[in-house]
Design a protein around this ligand. Structure first.
Ligand SMILES: [Zn+2]
Ligand SMILES: [Zn+2]
Length: 230
């Protein structure tokens, strides 16, 4: 049994707090008793390598990840077996983002950091827009890279597949879905949504602030490798 929180935003996400640095995130996760986390910034992986480096030094597994906003304005949590795989998909997503610059005073800074928490640059393109990739195109891209495609916070009313499409497309071989922390009783939630009963469920914090990182985390039987099993 491992404890996880696979949906976290760093200071690279404009809405992520500047205190969400690689060291702060990983150390807070360790203090909270988590075995594995994923850094899943909006449409970007620029701080993942630093977080993985910090994770290796303190013994917290950091899974490469990214939260992609698809053309349908649906948020998809994507997790990857390797940094290379994550960066490969991130490059395609970045190319598919509209050429709109961030306005830090409105949206917040998009800080790139190294493993010493030093700001090494700022991403100039606004990362919170929807990219041009459809859910289906993203699914193929992520799956071919060996990653996992997880519709994010499906219970929420904004940027969720159930709100924007009304259903989860069954022509995509989706195995995992994410529910937000607002769902306090997962089995009661699934009783109310029998169409979701055959999915495996992850529950993450979607933390944008250090204090929101999961206290105990979700429990994952069989370790994080089960995510990538096909
Ligand atoms: Zn989201
Ligand atoms: Zn998020």
């Amino acid at each position: 049994m491992m404890r996880y929180d696979f949906h976290l935003h760093s200071a690279l996400s404009p809405c992520g707090d500047m205190d969400m640095t690689p060291n702060n995130i990983v150390n807070m996760a360790m203090l909270n008793g988590l075995d594995a986390i994923a850094l899943s910034d909006h449409n970007a992986t620029g701080n993942v390598a630093a977080a993985m480096e910090v994770g290796r030094s303190v013994g917290v597994k950091v899974i490469p990840a990214m939260e992609v906003a698809t053309a349908e304005e649906v948020h998809i949590l994507t997790l990857y077996p390797t940094l290379d795989a994550a960066e490969f998909v991130a490059k395609r997503v970045y190319e598919a983002l509209p050429d709109i610059l961030n306005q830090p005073e409105i949206f917040g800074q998009q800080a790139l950091m190294n493993a010493q928490d030093e700001v090494v640059g700022y991403e100039e393109k606004l990362l919170i827009n929807a990219c041009r990739l459809s859910m289906e195109e993203l699914f193929r891209l992520v799956t071919e890279a060996g990653g996992v495609f997880i519709p994010a916070h499906v219970d929420r009313h904004s940027y969720s597949v159930l709100t924007n499409l009304g259903f989860i497309p069954d022509d995509l071989d989706i195995r995992w879905i994410e529910v937000s922390r607002r769902v306090t009783d997962i089995s009661a939630y699934l009783d109310s949504r029998p169409d979701l009963a055959h999915y495996s469920i992850l529950q993450n914090s979607d933390a944008h602030y250090l204090e929101d990182i999961a206290q105990d985390g979700g429990e994952l039987d069989g370790g994080f490798e089960t995510l990538f099993r096909r």
